[in-house]
Design a protein around this ligand. Structure first.
Ligand SMILES: [Zn+2]
Length: 440
């Protein structure tokens, strides 16, 4: 089908009564926004806030700072030093208190795709360095006790009952050294100085510098997981924030899961990308720009309101010519992080949301930019959707833009988002600003 950038109206139509009909240019998903439903508050407070107890800041859940042995053995941590942020790897239990981890990377207690999956289906063996670390950890009495405790917890919870022999425990242990499902945990459960349990620490309540460390630490984990497993073309990276978005703890964390596919959505986009290398400029950012849906930008990235998403969505696109986030410069990753942080801060810590990363699978031959969607998990009308496959959103892309733009101006005035972010009309015309396309 021919595509004319300015006149293409099939993705986004506003009808006479104000109904906004959207079709995703990437997935074909159809979404309607019905007028009059968009003014409701985004957050739902299920209960009155309760005052925090003395140790709540450090002891509320198993991801909290005082419970570092409640998670499987730490793979890495990001710490602040006089020289800036540093990553420490493979610490033993007696080393955990020697530094303060602002972010920790640990294996998930229950993997979505298990270590066993890779061993049985592919003959996978963990890299030699990881095996050596596992043996080292088991040779340390505190390490052995820790990892056996974790293995017991897992066996009990899975219904296998109390393990009877050490061999039963040892069978589970490799999953916590060679597995491909990691969790990245932020230090805080509540913001500093919090007095009640509504004051959760979210991506948006981090400082821009802390968020930058969070993102570069996640990119480091992504690189490591891809390098550790020659059978995975793709590691899924996501963040579920609050229980309506699927989070099991109200404690900020991201997850990374190595898979042996690219995913259905990626395959669909790749077939479109092969026909039009400039896909993400034309249908992502240029189209948003022509419809005044660019929310903010800086030199490294651009933030737009998404079209045709089942939930109201904003997307951050990297402008870098380098597709792989782990090959980008520190400045490029930091600039991308700054816009993502601003999107979270302007969304608000009380809004349940999913953060979903997309980037070029390692075995893909065509270029594709790094981009992240933030989806607001607001309620929708299920029966109507089941019958029609048309999703009803309470907020149109224009509503999403307006909320974020006014919040971004306020946050900038308060000094809570990074410098160098241009908002709404301050942005230049976003025409082919994504340099992943080598033809540009
Ligand atoms: Zn916690």
């Amino acid at each position: 089908m021919p595509y004319a950038a300015h006149s293409a109206s099939r993705w986004l139509t506003t009808m006479a009564d104000g109904t906004v009909k959207q079709v995703s240019p990437f997935s074909g998903t159809q979404v309607w926004t019905v007028p009059g439903r968009g003014n409701r508050p985004l957050s739902h407070h299920p209960k009155e806030p309760e005052p925090l107890g003395e140790s709540a800041l450090t002891h509320t859940c198993n991801f909290c700072e005082a419970k570092q042995l409640a998670t499987p053995p730490e793979k890495a941590r990001a710490v602040r030093t006089e020289r800036g942020w540093e990553i420490l790897r493979n610490l033993h239990p007696d080393q955990l208190a020697q530094t303060r981890a602002e972010f920790r990377r640990v294996p998930n207690l229950f993997e979505i795709v298990s270590y066993d999956y890779w061993v049985r289906n592919y003959g996978y063996q963990m890299p030699e360095a990881q095996r050596a670390h596992m043996e080292d950890y088991l040779a340390d009495p505190a390490g052995r006790e820790h990892v056996y405790d974790i293995a017991r917890t897992r066996l009990r919870a899975s219904g296998a009952g109390e393990p009877e022999t050490e061999d039963e425990l040892l069978e589970v242990v490799p999953a916590y050294f060679g597995g491909g499902h990691d969790v990245i945990i932020a230090r805080r459960h509540f913001i500093d100085g919090a007095v009640d349990d509504s004051q959760l620490a979210s991506s948006g309540t981090l400082t821009p510098d802390e968020h930058g460390a969070f993102i570069s630490f996640t990119v480091d984990a992504l690189r490591e997981l891809l390098e550790a497993n020659p059978y995975t073309p793709y590691v899924v990276v996501f963040q579920n924030w609050l229980s309506p978005a699927g989070a099991s703890f109200d404690h900020l964390h991201k997850q990374l899961v190595a898979i042996d596919e690219r995913g259905v959505q990626a395959d669909l986009e790749i077939s479109k990308l092969r026909r039009n290398l400039n896909l993400y400029n034309e249908w992502g950012v240029n189209y948003a720009s022509y419809h005044n849906l660019v929310i903010a930008e800086n030199d490294e990235a651009v933030l737009v309101a998404g079209i045709g998403h089942r939930y109201p969505t904003v997307s951050v696109y990297s402008k870098s010519a380098t597709c792989e986030p782990w090959k980008q410069t520190a400045e490029e990753v930091r600039g991308f992080s700054d816009l993502l942080h601003a999107a979270h801060a302007a969304t608000g810590a009380d809004v349940a949301c999913n953060e979903e990363w997309h980037y070029r699978p390692v075995d893909l031959d065509v270029p594709m930019p790094w981009r992240v969607n933030v989806k607001w998990r607001l309620s929708t009308v299920a029966g109507f959707e089941g019958g029609t496959k048309i999703y009803v959103n309470t907020l149109s892309p224009f509503d999403v833009r307006d909320r974020l733009v006014s919040n971004l101006y306020r946050l900038r005035g308060e000094g809570r988002i990074a410098d160098g972010i241009r908002i709404a009309q301050e942005c230049g015309p976003a025409r082919n600003v994504l340099k992943y396309n080598p033809l540009l």
